[in-house]
Write a protein that binds this ligand. Structure first.
Ligand SMILES: [Mn+2]
Length: 201
């Protein structure tokens, strides 16, 4: 083989520095739900805490950014680093389940996450948010965050809020569903590469 293959280690650390943001992120995908989150976007900290707990991931994020402009750059770049870390942690994906899906209710809201760790980025979010902001957090950044994750992790990520009324619940149910679906997708099955093509890039 000319390509260097790398077995899944289930953990990775990523650092990324630009003129807009500085992000250090590490994740253990077979962890215990411990989160250490230090960056100035409070709502995303709440969401990533939920993601880590519900996926039983150990997640550390330390980041700064130009939040005086708005939260956009930092949220996007944390998503990008999370996606990159997931991809690195999974290596050649030998012996993992590959697919994961969950429906998660949160009070009046029902959300769904379906994942294929296919090696090909695709992202769909179907949600009817009714407020432009959740607290101070721009609601549209929910879409931007997950899109960055899906692109960099090279996964197909299909998210939907099937119904709901409270925008905080809708976002939080999506992060819970994403965490639980990802946890399923990264489970070890003991098989080979879960693809009829024999390769998942
Ligand atoms: Mn909450």
């Amino acid at each position: 083989m000319t390509m260097e293959s790398k077995r899944p280690t289930f953990h990775a650390a990523v650092e990324r520095e630009t003129g807009e943001t500085s992000v250090r992120l590490s994740i253990h995908l077979h962890g215990q739900g411990r989160a250490s989150l230090d960056f100035p976007v409070h709502f995303l900290r709440h969401m990533l805490h939920v993601f880590a707990v519900h996926g039983s991931f150990d997640l550390t994020v330390s980041a700064t950014g130009d939040v005086e402009v708005d939260d956009h750059h930092l949220v996007e770049d944390i998503g990008l680093c999370l996606g990159r870390a997931i991809r690195e942690a999974l290596g050649d994906k030998v012996g993992i389940r590959r697919y994961g899906e969950r429906h998660v209710p949160m009070d009046e809201t029902l959300a769904r996450a379906v994942i294929d760790l296919s090696g090909r980025p695709a992202f769909v979010l179907k949600a009817q948010f009714t407020d432009a902001r959740i607290g101070t957090f721009p609601t549209e950044l929910v879409h931007e965050f997950f899109k960055s994750v899906a692109n960099e992790a090279r996964m197909a990520l299909h998210l939907a809020v099937l119904y709901g009324e409270n925008n905080h619940h809708m976002a939080e149910a999506l992060f819970k569903a994403f965490g639980q679906a990802l946890r399923e997708a990264v489970e070890e099955t003991g098989g080979g590469v879960p693809s009829s093509k024999g390769v998942l890039e």
